[in-house]
Design a protein around this ligand. Sequence first.
Ligand SMILES: Nc1ncnc2c1ncn2[C@@H]1O[C@H](COP(=O)(O)OP(=O)(O)OP(=O)(O)O)[C@@H](O)[C@H]1O
Ligand SMILES: [Mg+2]
Length: 362
Amino acid sequence: MTKTNLEPYLEIRDVSRRFEQFVALSGVSLNVAQGEFVCFLGPSGCGKTTLLRIIAGLDFQDEGQVVQAGRDVSRLPASKRDFGIVFQSYALFPNLTVAANVGYGLKGRGLSRSAIDARVAELLELVGLTELARRFPAQISGGQQQRVALARALASSPGLLLLDEPFSALDARVRQYLRSEMKELQRRLGVTTIMVTHDQEEALSMADRIVVMDAGRIAQIGTPEEIYSRPGNAFVASFIGEMNFLPGRVLGSGRIQLAGGLDCACDTAGFAEGSAVTAAIRPEHVKIGAAAAGEANRLGGEIGRIEFLGSVVRAHLGAGALGGASLRVDVPQGESERLASFAGHPLDIALPPASLRLFAGA
Ligand SMILES: Nc1ncnc2c1ncn2[C@@H]1O[C@H](COP(=O)(O)OP(=O)(O)OP(=O)(O)O)[C@@H](O)[C@H]1O
Ligand SMILES: [Mg+2]
């Protein structure tokens, strides 16, 4: 068979992993294209690190296969696979200089001393650490240590770069900076990359595709845009971004009734009449005041608590027609005065039909 660019670079086929009775991964299947940047995203304990370790051969699946560049590597030890890895803790050798850390994996490969030195110099230049080559890990900052770990992982020009929460030990500003730097470097090198994170903002801003994991299973795979705009289930909807959830049931085609009694128009495709559903709407899609005029699915309510979140302001709305359900609305920070002017007055609220998504079960 001839190879085409459409063939995946990495294939994970029906991988399962148990630790005694505990099922850490169950039937995980996934393809990663050559040069793609994929994020594994999910809550603590969902199996992200376990899956990454299986891809590296640092742990082994009980069932399923891992195929890399057309070769079944399922039973190969890590030393026989082609990857570079950055661990959460960086795991630098404290007794080696920055340069020696970066060059560590190049020793014993039959390269001359000068070839290793040249490659190390090139890598240090790549991550902007040339000046720090002679320092030891304890003499550089966390962000700089992170770059040493990255340079070390890239040293052998691996086909696959694996990153396990590479920014988690860093403060918010450094993290932000390194994110865009890492993304830029990945694009430039074209190295197929898998990054584990539990930070949705990191995944949304960096990934070509996100694999959302929940309790050892894949909950959804998609581009950041798809995952955010069209979450496939209530777990993904609640894990990525903010979401209002309103219980109700389907009245008929295109109509639901929310628990508080409000009838709403929305897309009910795939849901039987009478079935229990949860309607979901993002806070930025809820319309209030003049913006609600002319919209479908209108109801009356009032403004409760207001939270300042930086670029947006979030208001908690009360509305009889929603029963006990709470409803949050986000407006841009510049409109916060408009929000305050609603206090103490009846407020028009609208839930635009196109912004409502239904999930099974109330
Ligand atoms: N060697 C092991 N023995 C027993 N249980 C394990 C082992 N390794 C992982 N687990 C369990 O498997 C589950 C998945 O672990 P994993 O480290 O993959 O989670 P994670 O998604 O990376 O979480 P975090 O975001 O906290 O790093 C956890 O419940 C963990 O306790
Ligand atoms: Mg982990």
